[in-house]
Write a protein that binds this ligand. Sequence first.
Ligand SMILES: [Zn+2]
Length: 406
Amino acid sequence: MESVVNSVSKSQSSVEARRRLAYFNERRDEMVSTIRELVEIESPSDNKAAVDRVAEAVAHKFSQLGGKVRIHQAKKFGNHLQVDFDFPGKSAAKAVLLLGHYDTVYPLGTLATMPCRVVDNTLTGPGVLDMKSGIALMLHALAALQNWYKEDWHEEECHGVLPRPVTVLLVSDEEVGSDSSRALTESLAKKAAAVLVLEPSYGFQGAVKTARKGVGEYFVKVTGKAAHAGLDFQKGVNAIRELARQIEKVSSFTDLKRGLTVSVGIVSGGSRTNVVPAEAAAQIDVRIARLKDAAGIDKKMRSLRPFNRKCKIEVSGGINRPPMERTAGVAALYAQAAAIARELGWKLGEAAVGGGSDGNFTASLGIPTLDGLGAVGDGAHAPHEHILISELPRRAALLAGLIEGV
Ligand SMILES: [Zn+2]
């Protein structure tokens, strides 16, 4: 095969783009089987042994590409995986960070009712979209770049050579808030030129995500006083009634114009109908579009006071992920991605979404971050989760172009 590299330079020609697309089209089945392999190792966030198993399998695949594998041990959660692909010579080029996770929201055994299989143009299975296909895209894009570039290098240093340094970080706890991996994600992001997040794309047009809301979780616990609802009604202090009033209060903090929402997601309380309840609690989801709204909503949540002074209120929790805002750096990355997509023959859209990812951490540090570079599909976290197989080649080509160019 003629060297693909020589005609690439920094700007891809459309001839080159077509050749790259053809390259990935020829390898579509290989991509599907990589994804299938990963989906078939179930990895719920709360099962360390299971997540460690998928980490091992993924580590092996990256080491076959010549990456330097580093396992970051985590006690409570699965281990995190860092893979470095160095750049030969003395280039001071910064690495690009490819970011993702291998934990899923599905308990062990889900494959029995939700098998990984090909149906027409779709591939189904737990975590296939969010985001095991994203990991497969990383592997295939890196392998392709090594293949395309190897003729640019001398024989002895050609194994596993990429056009620039690349770091891959895959974490084990993204679906449960990333507490154990956040510091690692932030430290690697700070050294990177840009962060490419392989979370699922948005919609069937496969838009990338240039803004994500920040996410907070709060717990409100109300303590009243138990009493017999018939004999001693007046001695009781009804915690559920107090909580009901607090729910109305916190719900009123929603400000749709600012993209700020407060949603009470779980409530509990009481023991029996004939007992005035002494306890009630709510778990509350908070989303913010702008970092500058974080302090305000946090203060409001913490300033909740009981309507009934005989009740006690405890508020805990906080803003867990800052929003990913569409900064100039993010917009520039998107423009670059859109230009690569144009060469590949499609119009790449962008979307602002309500869900958070680890891209929120990196973007809020000011590191240019582009999210939603993963597969195209639907049903993340749902029984119908699937990806569109026909979209895989151009997603891989887009990723390869970005790794090379940012
Ligand atoms: Zn995800």
